[in-house]
Ligand binder design. Sequence first.
Ligand code: GLC
Length: 634
Amino acid sequence: MEKKEPIKKNQEIAKKKNSISAEREKIFETRLTRHMDELKWLYMELYDSTEHFESLLNNLEQFYDQRKAELKVLDKKREQDPGWYRKNGMLGMMLYVDQFAGTLNGVREKLDYIKRCNVNYVHLMPLLDTVEGRSDGGYAVADFRKVQEKLGTMEDLEKLASECHKEGISLCLDFVMNHTSEDHEWAKRARAGEKEYQDRYFFFDNYSMPAMYEKTVPQVFPTTAPGNFTWLPERQEFVMTTFYPYQWDLNYRNPVVFNEMVYNFLYLANQGIDVLRIDAVPYIWKQIGTNCRNLPQVHTIVRMMRMIGEIVCPGIVLLGEVVMEPDKVAPYFGTVEKPECHMLYNVTTMATTWHTVATRDVRLLKRQMEIISGLPSDYTFLNYLRCHDDIGWGLDYPLLENWGSYQVPHKKYLNDYFTGKWEGSVSRGELYNEDFVTGDARFCATTASMCGVEKAGFEQNEEAMDAAIQTDVMLHAYMLFLSGIPMLYSGDEIGQVNDYTYKEDPNKAPDSRYIHRGKFNWELVENIDKPETVQGKLFARLGQLEEIRAEEKVFDASAGFRILETWDDGILGLVRESEEGKLLGLFNFSDEFRIAWINEEDGMYQDLVGGNVFKASAVGVDGHSFYWLKRKDG
Ligand code: GLC
């Protein structure tokens, strides 16, 4: 009897193993079967290559096999709760690893602070291998599978991801898919003349094709990196470089590029990343005679990535970086049956918000809110006031023209306002990529500097400082109220102002976006518990709003969202409504006391911040102040 025991045990183990692998196959097969027809159809339409398609499928299975058990558990959980990333408690923060905590391990040590900020979704700015000085803030990736040495290792990233998961925090990473750095192995081999690698980019031995492209393709960085091609003297060839000259555009007409980039995407997903920010995605397909933006093939590729994610790692969320005019953005959600991105940046709302701060006139913002509220509630926007990039003034100019504001002078007005040239402006900041031909320019600064914290601090003007904090809090209250997921910009929670030291670094000096990418100031964090300080005031007030948001289920992204007429062009009125209740938001963008001429006759309302209960009828709102009003039950 006793001797037979080990055999029996082995048999049991073998049986268990078999059933695990059968289960594994079943899960993978089921997910694959669900998408197979469409995936194959789209792939063949684009690449017409069975060989490459099969190789893709084999690799998908391998990435699935390599996915850690704990991630598979998470996948399953999220498949059963597909709205997991749209919950009311979701609050994001984007940060630079080096500026925030030096290294990835440093970030791990600061998780307590991140939790204290009520944040449960952290976007780590680009951290993959890149060459200093030719890096575009990390958006020129030299190796998709290696972390920048100064920040740590892939193991550190995995460790951070797993620690974050224990704390209920999700991690977001950039997936820079339009280009590689010229220091990436493919680019090096292409430069050395290997045809196979040249085919992964766009090479031209004379300027005739580039000249044809240039006729219709706009410029992303007209001042800092003019043109869309770069001459390689050692090759006597041109290479396509939509962004900086050291960022070589990948050629997605080549199935090898698509397959290999999918493997890089899955590799990162398997490190435990929850949200993949697909960077500059509208640019990935090029076609002569077009503007090379948002072409239909881009949508085919994003749709394929979505399906591939759902097959291999369904716990993953795709966040599309589509910094485009409004009618180009929403199509990246795909359709309800054939979704593409899970989440998109609410870029027009962001730009329109700052327009409203400058003009103190909410009419354009109201129009934007109307558009957003007309979209299906499955569409989830990522809302933000500031991010690591500039603010491009992408507004609805045809509408503005009806009100007498024309594009060129209006952009000039906004830039003058925010650089502080305009009488009465409290903002400070700098222009970005001023195009002397078109007269166009974008703008860079931190939220606090744009709200007046920098100016008031410099002038040691307490009254002005309180007003600046008030504006800053109102804008956050409004951002937190919007439909979707709010994203804070690290440093905003303590009112960090512009950092002008980038001018001393020759690698950064020409790019004014570094003005709002400064070192996180931990000394200021020491003030967050001191109510008399700027940080104490801001941190506590934002914290209160975040906590309310996390408690009130009506902030879930699935809630109805619409505009509320206030009959005052200074006050924006919004409503959120679901079976969890009804909430009114009143945001006074003007600097004086105004009355929101609303009249909600369905009961009493409670001010969620101040606690008072009153009728939602002709509500007076102080300058740059706001209300979150919740209808009382019964
Ligand atoms: C995205 C990034 C931006 C970068 C560009 C090129 O737009 O947000 O910072 O310069 O892509 O990769």
